[in-house]
Design a protein around this ligand. Structure first.
Ligand SMILES: NC(=O)C1=CN([C@@H]2O[C@H](COP(=O)(O)OP(=O)(O)OC[C@H]3O[C@@H](n4cnc5c(N)ncnc54)[C@H](OP(=O)(O)O)[C@@H]3O)[C@@H](O)[C@H]2O)C=CC1
Ligand SMILES: CCCCCC/C=C/C(=O)O
Length: 503
C-alpha cells in the first residue's frame, strides 16, 4: 500500500519544520567559527528554509580532530559487531518513524517531487543503512593458503577517518550509500553535504545520536566546495574521501590527495548514459516505459539517467510514438503535490545551465517534446536528429532532456554508445538474447541493464568506467572495500628455532 500522504498533509508537515542548520560535530550542533552562514532555499518557491553554517578550514580541522579522537579511542570501531549493528538498526527505525518529515525536508530543500522522496529516496536510505548494519556481524576475515608452517590471516580494518562529499541530487540516498558501509566498517565519518541540500544530513546525524551512535563518529560540516570541501580533501588526517558529483570536482579530489597525504579517493562522477534499442526489440510499450522513466525520473538530475536514446531506424517510429505518449503524461509542478512527477531543478544556476542546453538544442536539433524551461521548472524534453558529435550528445546536461540518435546496426549503436568519456550506466533492449548479452558486454559501463532500466539495488555494486568513476564502488559488500584496509598477519608455525637460518 502506498505510504503517500496528501498534498495538504505534506504542506502541514512543511509548515511545522524547524530544520537544524549548523554543523554537527562531536555530538553537538555548532555554528561555523566565523559565524558566517548562507541561505538554503526552496528552489520551488525561492523561500529561505534556513541560514546554514558556512564552515571553513578551521571548522573542518575541528571536525577531523574530533573524528580522529573517536576513531583512536575505539568508542565505535572496538564495540562488539552485534552492538554496532543494533545501533545502526535503531537509526534505520528512527528514520522510518520520521519518514514523512524526512521526505518533506528532502523535497523542500532540493525541489525533488515528494512522490519520489517518499517512495524511493527515504525507503532506499533506510534499507541501505539496515542492509549494511545487518552485514556487520556476518563478515568473516580470511586465511591465506600458505601451507603447514605458517598461518596468514587477511583481516579487514576500518581505514580511519572517512570524508563523504555529497551531491545535491540524492542528498539522503547518497548519504546512506556512503555512511552505511563506512559506519558498518567502524570508521569515523565526516559528511560534507552539497550546499544546496544540507538539511536532511543534519537531521540524520541528530537521529544517529538518538540511536546511540557515540559522539564524534558521525559529523556533518556544512558549507560550499571551496570553503569546506577543499580543506577536507587536503587534510592530512583524513584517510579517505568518498565523493559523488561532477567529474571536474572529482578530479580536484585526486589533486588534493596528491598534494596532501595520498588519502584514498573514490569517485562516483557523471554519465552520458545510452539506451540502445535494436531492430528486433519487442514489447515497445515496455521499452518506452523504461526509457521514459530512465530519462525523466528525478528531473534527469541523476548521474545514471538515460540521456542518449540510440535507436535502430526500424524501431524508431513506433517507439517514439510510445515514448511521447508516456512523457506527455508526466506532470511537472509543485514538488509537494504527489501527483507531480517532476519538481523544480535544484537551483537557479543549474536551471540556467539546463536552459542553455535547451537553447542550443532548439538551434541544432529537432524538438519533439518540451524544449523550454520556466520559473525553475523544465518539462520533459526530447530532441531528435541529434548529431553524435554535438554538445547534446556528448555533455552531461543533468536535466530532463533526452537526445535521440538513429542508427542502422547494433555495431554502430555500440560504437556511438562507447564514444564518450563517461561509462556509468547503459541499457540494451533486444529480443535476441545472444545479441542483447553481446551488446551488454561490449558497452563500457559499470551497470548495463538488459530489456529494462534500473540502478541495480543495495546488493549490487554501483560505479563507473572511464571518467564516470575511480577507485571503488558504492553499494553491495564491495562498498566496504572503500572504507577498509587489508592487513596481513603472518604467524610462523614451523619447528624452526629462533637461530635456524632462513634462506
Ligand atoms: N554524479 C552525480 O551524481 C552528480 C553530477 N553532477 C554534475 O555536476 C554538475 C555541477 O554540479 P555541482 O553541484 O557543481 O557538482 P559538484 O561536483 O561541484 O559538487 C559535488 C560536491 O563537491 C563539492 N565541491 C564543489 N567544488 C568543490 C571543490 N572545489 N573542492 C571540494 N569540494 C567541492 C560540492 O560542494 P558545494 O556544492 O557545496 O559547492 C558538493 O558537495 C551538474 O550539473 C551535474 O552535471 C552534480 C551532482 C551530482
Ligand atoms: C533507486 C536508485 C536510484 C539511484 C540513483 C543513483 C544516482 C547517483 C547519482 O546521481 O549520483
Amino acid at each position: 500500500m502506498s505510504d503517500l500522504q496528501t498534498r495538504e498533509e505534506y504542506q502541514a508537515i512543511a509548515a511545522s519544520l524547524t530544520p537544524a542548520a549548523t554543523a554537527f560535530v562531536d555530538g553537538a550542533f555548532r555554528p561555523a567559527r566565523s559565524g558566517k552562514t548562507f541561505a538554503s532555499t526552496n528552489p520551488a518557491t525561492g523561500e529561505t528554509l534556513a541560514e546554514v553554517a558556512a564552515c571553513q578550514a578551521e571548522d573542518v580541522d575541528f571536525a577531523v580532530r574530533k573524528a580522529r579522537e573517536a576513531f583512536d579511542d575505539g568508542r565505535w570501531r572496538c564495540k562488539a559487531p552485534a552492538e554496532r549493528k543494533d545501533i545502526l538498526i535503531r537509526l534505520a527505525k528512527l528514520l522510518h518513524r520520521n519518514r514523512h518529515e524526512l521526505a518533506v525536508l528532502e523535497s523542500l530543500d532540493s525541489g525533488k517531487p515528494i512522490r519520489d522522496c517518499a517512495t524511493v529516496d527515504v525507503p532506499d536510505t533506510i534499507n541501505t543503512l539496515k542492509w549494511h548494519a545487518e552485514a556487520i556481524d556476518k563478515l568473516y576475515d580470511q586465511s591465506a593458503p600458505v601451507g603447514e608452517d605458517a598461518m596468514a590471516l587477511i583481516v579487514r580494518e576500518p581505514i580511519g577517518v572517512a570524508a563523504c562529499v555529497l551531491p545535491w541530487n540524492f542528498p539522503l540516498m547518497m548519504l546512506a550509500w556512503k555512511i552505511g558501509p563506512a559506519l558498518a566498517s567502524g570508521c569515523s565519518v565526516i559528511v560534507k553535504p552539497a550546499e544546496q541540500t544540507s538539511l536532511s544530513a543534519l537531521r540524520v546525524a541528530e537521529l544517529a545520536m538518538e540511536a546511540g551512535l557515540p559522539a564524534g563518529v558521525l559529523n556533518v560540516v556544512t558549507g560550499d566546495g571551496p570553503g569546506a570541501g577543499e580543506p577536507l580533501g587536503l587534510h592530512g588526517d583524513v584517510d579517505m574521501v568518498s565523493f559523488t558529483g561532477s567529474t571536474e570536482t572529482g578530479r580536484r579530489f585526486l589533486r588534493y590527495s596528491a598534494d596532501s597525504n595520498l588519502k584514498k579517493v573514490v569517485l562516483e562522477c557523471g554519465g552520458k548514459n545510452p539506451a540502445i534499442v535494436t531492430d528486433d526489440a519487442e514489447d515497445l510499450d515496455l521499452v518506452a516505459e523504461h526509457v521514459t522513466n530512465a530519462a525523466f525520473w528525478n528531473m534527469g538530475e541523476n548521474c545514471s539517467a538515460t540521456s542518449r536514446l540510440i535507436v535502430h531506424e526500424a524501431a524508431k517510429a513506433p517507439l517514439m510514438e510510445r515514448i511521447l505518449a508516456r512523457a506527455r503524461d508526466w506532470r511537472t509542478g509543485d514538488p509537494l503535490d504527489p501527483a507531480n512527477h517532476l519538481g523544480a531543478l535544484v537551483d537557479r544556476g543549474h536551471f540556467d545551465k539546463v536552459c542553455g542546453y535547451l537553447e542550443h538544442g532548439r538551434a541544432e536539433a529537432e524538438v519533439v517534446l518540451g524544449g523550454q524551461g520556466a520559473d525553475g521548472y523544465v518539462e520533459p524534453t526530447i530532441f531528435d536528429a541529434v548529431d553524435r558529435e554535438s554538445r547534446l550528445a556528448r555533455e552531461e546536461i543533468f536535466g530532463p532532456v533526452l537526445s535521440v540518435i538513429t542508427v542502422r546496426s547494433a555495431d554502430e549503436a555500440v560504437t556511438i554508445a562507447n564514444d564518450s568519456p563517461y561509462g556509468l550506466a547503459a541499457s540494451v533492449f533486444s529480443a535476441n538474447g545472444k545479441r542483447a548479452l553481446r551488446t551488454a558486454r561490449a558497452v563500457r559501463a559499470g551497470t548495463v541493464t538488459v530489456n529494462c532500466y534500473g540502478e541495480g539495488d543495495i546488493t549490487t555494486p554501483f560505479g563507473g568506467y572511464k571518467q564516470s568513476g575511480f577507485g571503488g564502488r558504492d553499494n553491495g559488500l564491495q562498498a566496504h572495500d572503500q572504507y577498509t584496509e587489508l592487513k596481513t598477519i603472518w604467524i610462523d608455525l614451523s619447528d624452526r628455532g629462533p637461530t635456524d637460518a632462513v634462506d
